[in-house]
Ligand binder design. Sequence first.
Ligand code: 5GP
Length: 114
Amino acid sequence: MSTIFSKIINKEIPADIVYESENVLAFKDIKPQAPVHLLIIPKIEIPKVTDLNGSEHSLLLGEMLDTANNIAKEMGIADDGFRLVFNCGYNGGQEVYHLHLHLLGGRKMNWPPG
Ligand code: 5GP
């Protein structure tokens, strides 16, 4: 089932897009939890991490990680470090069922997470 992220991909609703390729989109989270909080998503509809399999999605996942690294470097948060998060399902705290990688940085992150 399509989510609000499909509407962002299709430019039906606005988002602060920082990077776009044929396969992935990166945009600012509407409710940032850190000075830098971006979401990196595939353009195809994959609901969550458990819908991934390595043989089919390895290139896509690689591009998502490259995108996160490149943005972190461009935004000047790579040297101090950052956090990448996939929330998966109910216990993982996932709210939007379109796969997304959170890129959080610009402050010291806490551990353990809430
Ligand atoms: P989840 O909890 O599913 O891992 O994270 C979903 C994220 O999407 C949340 O951090 C939330 O703030 C963000 N989000 C939800 N709706 C929108 C939206 O319409 N636009 C943007 N830019 N972010 C959204």
